[in-house]
Design a protein around this ligand. Structure first.
Ligand SMILES: [Mg+2]
Length: 308
């Protein structure tokens, strides 16, 4: 299959596609928001999907901003708290399911740590103190391990240190701590840059410990359970997943049996789509320049209905 550009197919095919789903799960970064402002066409597109009667959820791997700030940024498209699913929700869901009582060591933003604390978990923080670059300094770092830590969480951090990565390794090896991740992104689009994503931090720990993490974000299989638990039962064939990342969004949507749409507003280019070099099964059903096309379809169907 060669993925078709949605604007190039006939209006009948576009309308049939719109009819084929009731629920839309939409990624945020690179689809609606570019880390600084709303992406062109996203407001019109999301509002049109609501007018077309679709149930919307915003499924993001980004836990770096406080939920209130997150909602404020997306106020113009009327996003409600209960429509948002982030790694914070899924980590809390998992730890509660495990009846987790011990301490959790978190590599992540303070916002994520606060979410976990508010949910009643004991989060271990460490001060960002440089390690003495001597044998004694390194030995002290390794020795200084909290015996009560029974889970580690790795998410986005811009203050990551060698000490933190080594601590995670030691918690897994010596305390048999569970290895959990928030975001599983190798790259994070930011302005015109691509930032190193937290999946690469986790992959270092994975390589050293030979322990695979439980991925509590897209594309983790545990994350599917989080969705079902938060949203309730749904028919996967009648869900459209919209996302810009092949490795997280398209893989996750394929594993869930969702329909897939990829906008070219984030990590993936039209060239990537045309010269597809990943597994065939994860190809999107369609791609779009941006989400504005849904407002054009809404106008068309409104006009057509008025004529009938
Ligand atoms: Mg994205």
């Amino acid at each position: 299959m060669v993925t078709k550009k949605f604007s190039d197919v006939s209006i009948d095919e576009q309308l049939a596609f719109i009819e084929s789903f009731d629920t839309v799960m939409c990624d945020v970064d690179g689809v609606i928001w570019d880390m600084v402002k709303l992406i062109d066409g996203s407001t019109e597109g999301i509002n049109a999907l609501r007018s077309l009667g679709k149930k919307l959820y915003f499924v993001t791997n980004n836990s770096t901003s406080h939920i209130d700030l997150f909602l404020e940024r997306l106020k113009v498209i009327g996003v409600k708290k209960e429509e948002v699913i982030r790694p914070g929700n899924s980590l809390i869901w998992y730890l509660k399911k495990m009846n987790f009582q011990k301490e959790v060591y978190v590599i992540g933003f303070e916002t994520l740590k606060d979410e976990l604390r508010k949910a009643g978990f004991k989060v271990v923080s460490d001060e960002l103190v440089p390690i003495d670059e001597t044998v004694a300094g390194v030995a002290e770092m390794i020795k200084n391990i909290n015996p009560n830590v029974s889970a580690i969480v790795v998410d986005m951090s811009v203050n990551l240190t060698y000490n933190q990565l080594q601590k995670c390794v030691e918690y897994i090896k010596r305390n048999n701590a569970q290895f959990l991740t928030g975001s599983w992104d190798d790259l994070i689009p930011f302005l015109n840059f691509k930032l190193i994503g937290p999946a690469l931090f986790s992959k270092i720990i994975q390589q050293v410990t030979q322990v695979n993490p439980k991925i509590l974000s897209k594309p983790g299989k545990e994350f599917q359970e989080v969705l079902e638990d938060n949203i309730g039962p749904y028919d996967p064939k009648r869900v459209l997943f919209i996302g810009d990342s092949i490795h997280t969004d398209m893989v996750f949507a394929t594993n869930c049996g969702f329909q897939k749409l990829l906008p070219l507003t984030g990590l993936t280019s039209e060239e990537d789509i045309k010269n597809w070099k990943w597994e065939k099964k994860i190809e999107p059903d369609y791609y779009v320049d941006n989400l504005k096309i849904f407002s054009e379809i809404l106008h068309f169907s409104e006009k057509r209905n008025n004529k009938l």
